[in-house]
Ligand binder design. Structure first.
Ligand code: ARG
Length: 587
């Protein structure tokens, strides 16, 4: 494993040194290097610096250039341009040498984080006895990508699926099962998730109907919550039955979504039941929370309702019951206190932002969230229907996640079958799943997380534009060229001059590691998606401009171009894997 210094970093370093040599008092100034259309890179840092020093920016830029080494092995040309920025071209050889070093490393030259820490990642948190909806899709897809990206950098990630598996509605469900013991019996675990969900739906509807119509049942259901929370064996057994049934359903959805989850990471609201009394005691004793109209509340200066009155975080209701806030406080206390987190992340709908703001602030005041610890909600936007409104069925219910996934796979099947009529039915089914699910994930991950997006299956599986199918085709096409190359192996030839399309592709390949570092640091999977889309686009331009197997420069050029193809394929594959998207060898 060898990390590779990107050309951007090398150029930046040289400019920073030259700057410091030309203007000693400017040591440490950022040369502000970026990729450019006019040259390979452009540095704008001299403009602001000249302003600060009250000198002429073009002159300053010229002094910096004068400090650069004539025979530098990376820089091919540096010119002062416009009002005083630098246009920088690098050597073809330097590009190919860098790429060769990346290709020689199975991590493509991506370094591990310098100081990896422990991140507790709270994501994919559906609710027991309920259908999963598009919000749960977002949390699952975004969370899983962030998990893989952080792990790839060497961070220790502890996964927590904080599922909704506790609360008053379980009194009703359990009491119904007590009175109708055969209701949830099922034949075998191998049964489909849909059947499990259907049974849960029936249970939910039947118990709800009784709860609303029968006062006696209502009272018994309420007593049942108390017995459940105090650990009564019969209640717990039936509760487990409901949770297990839900897990059959969840697992079926995760399988379909092609997301790996482990049973042990499902640590839901119920897991903190035994801590809640202590959490409240500590909060009250320290004065962080106060009793207000019987409820245990935490107040904030800057959180007020529309009436101007402060809106508290309610930790314990006046009837003694604990809510969502209490379990989240117990969880954050556990994550820093017991699990050793440096950072806790919550991949949760933006509409819960106020809740997390108050939970984090409370945890800080209580000392559970240490000063150097970071807590952050990775808030995601709403999934919209084509009408631009939150995605609902015509009946106004939230859309079932399974139905959406099935639809995407169905559309993908048509696309795959049309493109490759020679595939067997089995192959079509496998590819359709990889293309359809990849399309759903990519559409989600390629928009910046906080934004809303429209769920449009036709657009998602389109071969044109910024879609995963486009990336998957680029990958499959490269693999097919590599197969056709037969005897000729990809090999870098730094001595060969490069065409513009080769340089553009090469420089972009060299940016993979730097891009990933930024993506991991700021939790921005959409920037990885954008990088990959750009990579596929640059590859297409390269392929159009530069014949590979029939390269006119002879066998070395063929090998060199095959090398570019191969590194592009590996980079695409690695990047897409980090987004949870498959790259079939043929499409
Ligand atoms: N179960 C909740 C929902 O479906 C999400 C839980 C988010 N995580 C948390 N720690 N509160 O909206």
């Amino acid at each position: 494993m060898a990390s590779v210094t990107s050309l951007a970093a090398s150029v930046n370093q040289r400019l920073a040194q030259a700057l410091a040599a030309a203007v000693p008092q400017a040591a440490g100034t950022d040369p502000l290097l970026r990729r450019s259309d006019r040259a390979d890179f452009q540095a704008n840092g001299m403009l602001a610096l000249a302003k600060r020093l009250r000198t002429n920016p073009r002159e300053l830029a010229g002094q910096v250039v004068a400090q650069l080494d004539e025979g530098d092995e990376v820089l091919a040309g540096v010119e002062v341009s416009g009002p005083g920025f630098l246009n920088i071209t690098v050597n073809d050889q330097a590009i190919m040498r860098n790429l060769a070093a990346r290709a020689a490393d199975e991590r493509l030259g991506v370094p591990f984080a310098e100081r990896p820490g422990v991140t507790v990642l709270d994501y994919s948190q559906p609710n027991v006895a309920k259908e999963m909806h598009v919000g749960h899709l977002r949390s699952t897809v975004i969370g899983d990508a962030i998990r893989m990206i952080l792990e790839f950098r060497g961070e220790k990630v502890i996964r927590r699926h904080h599922i909704g598996d506790w609360g008053t509605q379980f009194g009703m469900l359990i009491q119904y099962l007590v009175e109708h013991p055969d209701e949830l019996d099922h034949a075998s675990d191998a049964e489909s998730g849909n059947a499990a969900m259907a049974r849960l739906n029936r249970l939910y509807k039947a118990s709800r109907a009784l709860f609303d119509s029968d006062e006696g049942f209502k009272t018994r259901a309420r007593d049942r919550v108390v017995s459940l929370q105090s650990g009564d064996k019969q209640s717990l057994d039936l509760w487990h039955k409901i949770v297990d049934e839900s897990m059959v359903y969840f697992r079926a959805v995760y399988d379909k979504l092609d997301v790996e989850v482990h049973e042990a990471d499902f640590v839901g609201e119920s897991a903190y039941n035994d801590d809640l009394a202590e959490v409240c005691r500590e909060l009250e004793e320290s004065g962080v929370a106060v009793r207000s109209e019987g409820a245990l509340c935490v107040f904030f200066d800057d959180v007020k309702g529309p009436d101007g009155k402060p809106t508290p975080l309610i930790v314990q209701k006046s009837n003694g019951g604990y809510g969502y806030a209490a379990t989240d406080l117990a969880a954050i206390r556990n994550r820093f206190g017991e699990l050793g987190a440096d950072t806790v992340l919550y991949v949760v709908d933006a509409r819960q932002a106020l809740h997390f703001k108050m939970v984090f602030e409370t945890a800080r005041r209580a000392g559970w969230l240490p000063e150097e610890g970071a807590a952050r909600q990775l808030a995601f936007g709403t999934v919209l229907g084509k009408d631009g409104r939150p995605f609902k069925t015509r009946e106004g219910e939230s859309v079932r996640l399974v139905d959406l996934l099935d639809e995407a796979v169905e559309r993908a099947r048509a696309v795959v079958a049309e493109k490759a009529p020679e595939l067997s039915e089995e192959e079509v089914a496998e590819r359709a799943a990889q293309v359809g699910i990849g399309a759903v994930k990519y559409a989600d991950l390629s928009t910046s997380m906080s934004r809303d997006y429209v769920f449009d299956v036709d657009r998602m599986v389109s071969l044109q534009g910024d879609t995963s199918v486009y990336l998957q085709y680029a990958y499959a096409r490269i693999r097919s060229i590599l197969r056709k190359a037969g005897e000729v192996s990809p090999a870098p030839h730094p001595e060969l001059p490069l065409e513009p399309a080769e340089r553009a592709l090469g420089l972009h390949l060299d940016e993979f590691a730097d891009t990933l570092a930024g993506v991991a640091e700021n939790y921005e999977p959409h920037k990885l998606a954008a990088y990959l889309y750009q990579l596929a686009t640059l590859y297409t331009a390269f392929y159009d401009a530069c014949p590979v197997l029939r390269a006119e420069g002879g066998p070395d050029q063929v090998a060199n171009r095959l090398f570019l193809c191969d590194l592009t394929a590996r980079t695409l594959r690695q990047g897409m894997a980090l987004l949870g998207i498959r790259t079939p060898e043929r499409l």
